[in-house]
Design a protein around this ligand. Structure first.
Ligand code: BGC
Length: 289
């Protein structure tokens, strides 16, 4: 996008400005686990939590070298970090991952259920396998990780010197928990499910001072949606859906995650924070309707 003459579409400029925003040290002494943290939004969230003072477990499924690079970067911030391999849709692997994280760090305060994927297909051609895979990772994976996190929070109990809440779960959803998405029925259904999973758990565990919230990113510049932004034409088409007239960067989501994980949001539970440049504002209605 650097060749764009439209300053609103000039992503490197945006990056430069956002690079000046320092993370406040709001998470000292806290331990976080981020799933799918070797790329994209998960990677940025792991790095953001670490810059805010947390020690971080970096979950990955494949590409261990990318997870190791995130771990090294976190150590560069002076925080502790480990890489943990697990398929979030596998119960035994998820439980073993949480056991490893708490054995290593002694506690867990923040769980970010981020790992997710798309397997897009016209509905009538969608196989049961495509449906099951997306639901297994995006929805069942969040169930398994939230359950393991909440079990751990209950077991360790409150530690108000470290965090006002006994624990925090952050579910990575999508604008497609709200916006229907033709050709992506499995993905949109999984994210709609994440939203009600998140709210139902939040209602259930609030009396135990466990906060559960969601983040709904819009179009964020990651590998999951390269085709939506990697040519000038694609980027221009995308901007028709984004009132704020720039693509989101993974760091935009990371800053929201840091806030939801911190005591600054202590009275916030069961909510979804949309980080979407206004994508859910029905921009088509700005000029019609
Ligand atoms: C999807 C992206 C898409 C964005 C906005 C996300 O949840 O993963 O592929 O660009 O929503 O439509």
């Amino acid at each position: 996008m650097s060749s764009s003459s439209d300053p609103l579409n000039d992503a490197p400029l945006d990056d430069e400005r956002r690079g000046d925003i320092a993370y406040q040290p709001v998470l000292p002494g806290q331990v976080a686990l981020v799933t799918g943290a070797n790329s994209g939004i998960g990677r940025a969230v792991a790095l953001g939590l670490a810059q805010a003072g947390a020690d971080v477990a970096v979950n990955f499924l494949d590409r261990p070298e990318d997870a190791r690079a995130v771990v090294e970067a976190i150590r560069g911030y002076g925080r502790r970090a480990i890489a943990v391999q697990a398929d979030v849709s596998d119960e035994a692997q998820v439980d073993a991952m949480f056991a490893q994280v708490t054995a290593t760090f002694g506690a867990l305060h923040i769980a970010v259920a981020n790992a997710g994927l798309q397997d897009d297909c016209a509905f009538e051609a969608m196989s049961l396998g495509q449906w099951n895979k997306v639901i297994a990772v995006n929805l069942t994976g969040q169930f398994l990780c939230a359950r393991a996190a909440i079990r751990q929070f209950d077991q360790q109990g409150p530690d108000p010197g470290v965090s006002l809440a006994t624990g925090k779960v952050i579910c990575m959803s999508s604008v497609h928990q709200e916006i229907p998405w033709a050709g992506h029925a499995n993905y949109a259904a999984s994210k709609g499910g994440v939203m009600m999973l998140m709210r139902s758990i939040a209602q259930e565990v609030a009396p135990r001072r466990i906060r559960v919230n969601g983040i709904a990113p819009g179009a964020i510049r990651t590998g999951i949606n390269t085709k939506a932004w990697d040519t000038p034409q694609a980027y221009a088409d995308l901007m028709a859906h984004v009132p704020y007239k720039r693509i989101g960067e993974p760091d935009d989501v990371a800053r929201a995650a840091v806030w939801l994980a911190s005591d600054a949001s202590d009275y916030v539970t069961g909510t979804t924070l949309f980080v979407d440049g206004g994508m859910t504002l029905y921009p088509g209605f700005a000029t019609g309707g």
